[in-house]
Design a protein around this ligand. Structure first.
Ligand SMILES: [Zn+2]
Length: 264
């Protein structure tokens, strides 16, 4: 039986930056002027009356604040305000191993964790300890996931995985070795959660790769996959860190419009 889901994007942190600091080799774009940008940090809730799936788990204040990130809510409070009981979360999809997507995993005692095998092996392996990779990972988060794997709570994947009826994870790589995007049969239409395959919509619109890249060829290929999916009729396409998400979708709270949005 097919199922459909309510999909939320909940913002838990933000920071101010600029275009030259987020796009790879920004100086190479003739005529492009540097401009201030905000980077928002989200996790995503996918749920119906049968199951709750969380896509990525943010970071804790202890991890984010030393990096200069401003918490707008804690993930635990964000879950509560979104009506999510973490103990009742069935599945957590970890779209990639960066610190802003892997924190708080201990909040979900009954969940199975889905991650790309290639991604998991990379962050558990030696090259991830070299400086240009190491600053993007929070080692205790990876160690927690390794413990969960020993407890048979990690489902590794490669390529495409049907996580649940109507929820499909697709490995695109590029940003990281096994970056995932997630396609959901949402209430009233499809949803594409691009996570960090697309931080900002302009990455795909202007064909401008993000600064942090594992494999540039695969990042461009991921842009092609995503722009193809984004052309589907009535699909709701959600970039991973873009404040424009608040313009495209409906605020969850009138009193606190920056809290998050209902995508479907
Ligand atoms: Zn991210």
């Amino acid at each position: 039986m097919s199922e459909t889901y309510e999909v939320l994007a909940v913002r838990y942190a933000t920071r101010s930056t600029d275009a030259a600091s987020v796009y790879l080799n920004f100086h190479t774009y003739a005529g492009a002027e540097n401009e201030p940008l905000d980077m928002d940090y989200f996790f995503w809730v996918v749920r119906n009356n049968k199951r709750t799936i969380i896509v990525d788990t943010g970071f804790t204040p202890e991890v984010g604040e030393p990096r200069g990130r401003i918490m707008t809510t804690s993930v635990i409070d964000g879950l509560a305000r979104g009506g999510v009981d973490p103990a009742r979360v069935d599945t957590v999809i970890i779209t990639h191993g960066h610190y802003d997507h892997t924190g708080n995993v201990s909040l979900f005692p009954n969940a199975k964790f889905v991650i790309s095998s290639r991604e998991f092996d990379f962050w558990a392996g030696p090259i991830s300890r070299r400086s240009q990779f190491a600053h993007s990972v929070e080692r205790p988060d990876i160690e927690a996931l390794l413990r969960y794997e020993a407890d048979h709570r990690v489902q590794r994947m490669a390529g495409v995985l049907d996580v649940a009826p109507g929820v499909t994870a697709i490995e695109v790589g590029g940003h990281t070795p096994g970056q995932l995007i997630v396609l959901v049969d949402g209430e009233g239409g499809e949803v594409l959660l691009a996570s960090d395959a697309v931080h900002y919509y302009d990455e795909v619109l202007l064909d401008r790769p993000f600064l942090m890249v594992h494999d540039l060829e695969r990042m461009y290929q991921a842009f092609d996959v995503i722009s193809g999916l984004a052309k589907r009729k009535n699909i709701a396409y959600v970039a991973g860190h873009d404040p424009l998400v608040f313009d495209r979708f409906t605020a969850l709270s009138d009193e606190d419009p920056g809290f998050g949005v209902r995508v479907r």
